[in-house]
Design a protein. Structure first.
Length: 245
């Protein structure tokens, strides 16, 4: 009896790991989040039970209820897959779920997934690190949690790329704090909505304009000089060149 905490990647079923796809086919029951695409859920065997525990405004399972459900299912079924968007240990509360299950003596295995923090920029043609432009990347949450809200003034660093998850609602405050912290208002920004799905959209602006941008979740914010790059086009050109030669 094992609960597998599985990363589903950013949305496109082709970006699942081979292990994730195999576990989905073999699962007796799958407990999934709201952002999991139909294409991925279609891999689940027809006889398996599906639980949607997506948290959404006005209709949400609390984390406690999700934990209770996982414990109950973990005791009852041989193979439970807890499917989470992206990577289970990047802002998915996967760490907490692993701790709770282990505490109750339930065998847990964690399966890495492709995180939207890196796949989002990549699919917009943005390398999060790039020789001479960015020596590193910081991934942070933009959501406000009482007592644990990130102070973006302290993250203003022109040498690094900043990737913000869950940052759409507070984008105005984030931009203001970064500028107050010393980041140039003309710093390039890219907003990558619904990365890897057929609704993917990339918007570009500069930091001073971010608050005015009309964008919707789920999306990642990419802030820094690399956000002005679009290597996707270069990649597409290179691929067509290779095919024709
Ligand atoms: N564990 C997930 C992150 C969960 S937090 C991961 O590793 O990707 C949820 C946030 O992830 C969203 O608010 C959004 O910022 C980001 N996100 C998830 N899927 C996304 C996608 N397909 N495109 C853009 N952003 C996405």
């Amino acid at each position: 009896m094992t609960v597998y905490l599985v990363g589903a990647g950013p949305g496109d079923a082709d970006l699942l790991t081979v292990r994730a796809a195999r576990l989905l086919r073999q699962a007796h029951v799958v407990v999934h989040d709201r952002l999991i695409t139909k294409e991925i859920l279609d891999l689940v065997a027809p006889h398996a039970e599906l639980f949607d525990v997506g948290k959404r405004p006005g209709f949400s399972d609390t984390q406690e209820r999700i934990n209770d459900l996982l414990i109950t299912l973990g005791r009852r079924y041989g193979r439970v897959v807890r499917l989470k968007g992206g990577d289970p240990f990047v802002f998915g509360r996967g760490g907490e779920e692993a701790q709770v299950l282990a505490h109750y003596g339930i065998d847990v295995q964690v399966v890495a997934g492709i995180t939207s923090a890196f796949a989002g920029p990549l699919l917009a043609g943005i390398p999060v690190t790039h020789r001479g432009l960015s020596h590193g990347v910081t991934v942070v949450t933009g959501s406000a949690v009482p007592g644990a809200t990130v102070d973006f003034r302290r993250l203003a660093n022109a040498d690094l790329t900043l990737v913000v998850l869950m940052g759409i609602r507070r984008r105005r405050t984030i931009a203001r704090e970064l500028i107050e912290g010393g980041l140039d208002p003309t710093t390039p920004v890219a907003v990558v909505e619904r990365a890897s799905t057929d609704q993917q959209r990339v918007l570009r602006c500069d930091l001073a304009q971010l608050g005015e941008m009309n964008v919707s979740s789920p999306a990642v914010l990419v802030i820094g000089v690399v956000a002005a790059l679009d290597l996707g086009r270069v990649g597409a050109l290179a691929a067509s060149y290779a095919m024709s030669s």
